[in-house]
Design a protein around this ligand. Sequence first.
Ligand code: AMP
Length: 370
Amino acid sequence: MIGILGAGQLGRMLALAGIPLGEQFRFLDPDTNAPARQLGTQIQGAFDDDDSLQRLAAGCSVVTYEFENVPVAAAERLAATIPVYPPPAALRASQDRVDEKTFLNKQGIRTAPWVAVNSQADLVAAIAAIGAPGVLKTRRMGYDGKGQMVLRSVTEVEQAWKKLGGQPLIYEGFVSFDRELSCIGVRDRMGNVACYPLIENWHHEGILRLSIAPGPNWNDHLQQQAVANAKQVMATLDYVGVLTIEYFQCGKELVCNEMAPRVHNSGHWSIEGAVCSQFENHVRAITGLPLGATTVNGAAAMLNLIGDFPDLRRVLNTPGVHLHHYGKEPRPGRKIGHLTVVAPDHATLTARITELRQVTGLDKLPSWPM
Ligand code: AMP
């Protein structure tokens, strides 16, 4: 039995990958309608409730988590009696953007220049030190572009403070990147590491819309940098499981944006697009099984379904398309599923995605990377 903190779509897809390996799942989540509830038993409770945590762990061989805002203290308490993978130290390093960037820089990994901001005067000083434009972000709990604002000049300080002030913040230099990439790696209990090819990601309004693997114009030099960084971070944390590191590509350099100690939205294509998916590899890693191959079968992409479902008959009429429904009620801005598109090569993949854009309404977005 595997215990998972969180029963969202990531927990659901972990269970869908782990059940064929003979595993059973128990989830802890306060949500009454959690997407993973059909795939195991769910304990409905808070992540910091000791009794719920004990009930989650009872009889499990290992506990993992599907989101990085699990209270570190709760993960540490569990780790005293049962293996918790990835280790709680990975949560500690990734929950707060200042801790995260401090950790990454210490590993020799380049990030945007940054300064911690606790007052309006700090923000003025940060802009003087780093320059504008820059991005002001909350240190904790930001996701999908929430809790952040781009500042074009020091004249916008008051407006930014009104929006985000009163909580610990970070100001980062604006990176004018060529594209966004992510590296998904996995480390087993013996210390073996495997990484998927770099994935190109395209966001709109802060939300991931499209991932392509391998990223077009895939590049050995960038892949080597990304793999070296992943190995370094995972060795330092004595990591077990899947780790995602997100980057901006600036010419031949990778500038790290953030890391997530978990399976990631930009790796969902791997369910049908890779020899062994990120979900199966995470389950294999944490249960002490050998890792599966991270090779892509041809080329693959992932399109997020956000807000509402398109005409699924038309979607599934496109060759190479697979639907993943998360069992959630449609609601504006909500990730309710995704499509994987597989193809023998990038040209065929592009043609299939172009066809899908019209069917899914994504052709209405103002820009598109391909
Ligand atoms: P985050 O919440 O840090 O993942 O940021 C969400 C998105 O905002 C990223 O995927 C980028 O598209 C953009 N972004 C974040 N930080 C920066 C930055 N320092 N420079 C340029 N764009 C950024």
